[in-house]
Design a protein around this ligand. Structure first.
Ligand SMILES: [Ca+2]
Length: 400
């Protein structure tokens, strides 16, 4: 649940990173003092706050990591290849078997399938093997007092101090990612405070070393976020040859019977399962790649992490951990990651052709996709709004 690149609507959008450092180091102590006062006003004992914040200096590594812009978009193939590798699936199956007696009652109680609980665990911390070794307090203090996102991270630091107080931990014990995500689930402090639970009953919520607490906390977050009991987050589907690709938008939700009437089937040829829900269709690698029917639980995963590729990966990992085969239609092997400057170029060319009137910002968002779709219609190719190598070469030919 750390800060990550954002991926929109089956397409890839490089997150706008934090801007330059706005506070000078001389402001660091007054900034921390203000956060300390807020924490105390919210019930954190003064001794806990003082002990945690004493002698802290900004962490230059955190400032550096926060200011980094991803240089390239990620393709579906590359993302899934890493997130849902055969090793991660096999280890997930082992973990599901090993912790079955722990997971089953949590699944029954919260309505979240054990395979999904294991999949989140596998993606967040590689099944607990890496939970981060930054000082969470120092990282959050740096982000709160040395970057542009002061309000967000000041609150996270206040919440982290609450966790210290409630769980009788020292600041030195509180390790996590550079952005303050903690434990096996990589919860940010606010998520930890709001959703983590003490499942093993020892009086502490411990997402570092208590797997009962870890699994129940994930299940509690997902259940409270609206998880639909027993439903998957997506199904791979096959689209008919006459399919109108303008329908592949996250907001274009329809009842399953309508998708069925349009000729959509499961990728394995079986009829769609009707959960009585509305669903949308996504083509995260364009029309040459796999198509997915997205169920309501897909949106619940986006509340955990708003990356579309992450959400697909959780669903695929869960499905394959449960014994499902790999994708029927793998992502195209020649799919290329786009550099930021290539997206600037793409937007400029679409603008010259009159398809694009928005900012040229290097972000491959919904408006750029719509402009690309317009161009594809004019060029007489499949209008999936995806920058395939063919679409890009046609665009370059049209705008010499
Ligand atoms: Ca506990």
């Amino acid at each position: 649940m750390a800060m990550r690149p954002i991926f929109l609507a089956g397409c890839l959008l490089v997150a706008a990173g934090a801007g330059p450092v706005v506070a000078q180091s001389g402001d660091f102590r007054p900034c921390l003092d203000a956060i300390r006062d807020t924490a105390i006003s919210q019930g954190v004992p003064a001794a806990t706050a003082d002990q945690a914040l004493r002698g802290i200096t900004p962490d230059p590594r955190v400032v550096e990591l926060d200011s980094r812009q991803p240089e390239f978009t990620l393709t579906l193939g590359r993302y899934l290849g890493n997130a849902v590798s055969p090793e991660r699936v096999a280890k997930g199956q082992q973990m599901l078997a090993r912790y079955r007696t722990l997971l089953d009652p949590i699944e029954r109680e919260y309505g979240v399938q054990a395979s999904y609980l294991v999949a989140f665990w596998g993606l967040e911390s590689n099944y607990g093997s890496f939970t981060g070794d930054f000082s969470v307090i120092r990282s959050l203090a740096t982000l709160a007092c040395q970057t542009k996102r002061a309000a967000f991270f000041s609150n996270e630091l206040v919440q982290a101090l609450k966790i210290l107080a409630r769980n009788h931990m020292t600041a030195a014990q509180m390790k996590g990612s550079w952005a303050g995500a903690m434990g096996n689930t990589q919860f940010l402090p606010s998520t930890y405070v709001d959703h983590a639970v003490d499942r093993d009953g020892d009086g502490r919520v411990d997402l570092w070393s208590s797997l009962p607490d870890v699994f129940a906390s994930s299940a509690n977050f997902l259940a409270r976020s609206g998880w639909k009991r027993g439903q998957p987050s997506h199904d791979e589907v096959a689209l008919p040859s006459n399919f109108d690709y303008a329908r592949t938008d996250l907001s274009a939700e329809r009842p399953v019977r309508e998708w069925h009437a349009l000729g959509v089937r499961r990728a394995d040829g079986r009829p769609l399962v009707d959960y009585g829900e509305h669903a949308s269709i996504a083509l995260p690698a364009g029309h040459r790649g796999p198509a997915f029917l997205l169920w309501p639980n897909y949106k619940v995963i986006l509340m955990w992490n708003r990356s579309q590729l992450y959400a697909l990966s959780v669903g695929e990992l869960a499905r394959q951990i449960s014994g499902g085969a790999g994708l029927m239609r793998p992502p195209p092997p020649d799919d290329q990651p786009l550099a930021r400057h290539a997206i600037f170029d793409l937007q400029a060319r679409l603008q010259r052709l009159g398809h694009y009137t928005d900012d040229i910002d290097g972000l491959l968002g919904p408006r750029t996709r719509a402009a690309l779709r317009d161009f594809q219609v004019r060029a007489g190719v499949v209008a999936d709004g995806y920058p395939t190598p063919d679409t890009l070469s046609r665009l370059r030919a049209a705008t010499p």
